[in-house]
Design a protein around this ligand. Structure first.
Ligand code: SAM
Length: 267
């Protein structure tokens, strides 16, 4: 594939910062990411979010044995992609406004691939949580700091509410660090690619546990117990914490996933 700089010049376009346009230039990483999304359980469809100039798309359409759909916001890039991949449906516009749930229901089993527009990491991640029942696997590249938050375990610096919620919903595996130089233009910090495999535990009320975690982490400066009392005033939190051998001085980030699960029994 030609260098993004050349393609952009032909399209009379520039990389748009407001759309987090950093285009992958590393054939090595394009192979790793497209292999990761096409292995495992065969989905009925593969979605690529933010295909850009097609660094992943060109390999994906060759490797995929099921239909691929593209979601791209940028009008010029969408026109380019339609010309390059006339057989591949493209939904133009903001992926966050696309009817993802209806589309997911229709396709039923979907794998998702994206070198994410970084400013939308969190909202896209939570959109994927919403359609988790229809997902087989998701391969995403995030800013390294965000990926570290998803992967962190209790006691690690990046650990927080997002880590626990993400790990309740998905088995998360790192594929490694992509240096800034793997993209044009080079972003200011490195990226990290992860595989998300949906977890569907039948013995846990995941939405209830997530509600508790959200409340516990709401005001980081306040004591966790005050946050919990404010959100759930009818629960005797002193008693609930004591029954898990937890102090009322405990901070939200000191509790492991297992402790949050146990504490949710108080609700
Ligand atoms: N996949 C390409 C690659 O790896 O070279 C491009 C990745 S670039 C980091 C992010 C892409 O997401 C850009 O093509 C950008 O135009 C697109 N994008 C940004 N905001 C979007 C949105 N709200 N909906 C869909 N695509 C979006």
């Amino acid at each position: 594939m030609a260098h993004p700089k050349e393609i952009l010049a032909k399209l009379n376009a520039n990389a748009r910062k407001s759309l987090s346009q950093n285009f992958l230039t590393s054939p090595h990483w394009a192979e790793i990411l497209t292999n990761a999304v096409t292995e495992g359980e065969t989905p009925k469809a593969i979605w690529e979010i933010g295909p850009g100039l097609g660094a992943l798309t060109q390999l994906l359409v060759k490797k995929a044995t099921v239909p691929v759909t593209l979601f791209e916001y940028d009008r010029k890039l969408s026109a380019f992609l339609r010309e390059e991949y006339p057989e591949t449906p493209l939904i133009e516009g903001d992926v966050l406004k696309a009817p993802l749930e209806a589309l997911a229901k229709k396709a039923n089993r979907i794998a998702v691939l994206s070198n994410l527009p970084y400013h939308l990491s969190s909202p896209i991640f939570f959109k994927l949580v919403d359609i988790k029942p229809f997902l087989t696997r998701v391969v995403l590249t995030f800013q390294k700091e965000f990926a570290q938050r998803l992967l962190a375990k209790v006691g690690q610096e990046s650990y927080g509410g997002l880590s626990i919620v993400a790990q309740l919903h998905f088995k998360i595996t790192s594929l490694g660090t992509l240096p800034s130089g793997a993209f044009y233009p080079a972003p200011s910090i490195a990226s990290e690619a992860v595989i998300l495999e949906p977890l569907n535990p039948t013995d846990l009320d995941v939405p209830k546990i997530c509600k508790l975690i959200k409340a516990g982490f709401l005001h980081p400066r306040k004591k966790m117990v005050s946050n919990l009392k404010q959100a759930f005033p009818n629960v005797d939190w002193e008693q609930a914490l004591a029954s898990q051998s937890l102090s009322t001085n405990a901070r939200a980030e000191e509790l492991s996933e297992a402790q949050w699960i146990l504490l949710s029994q108080a609700l």
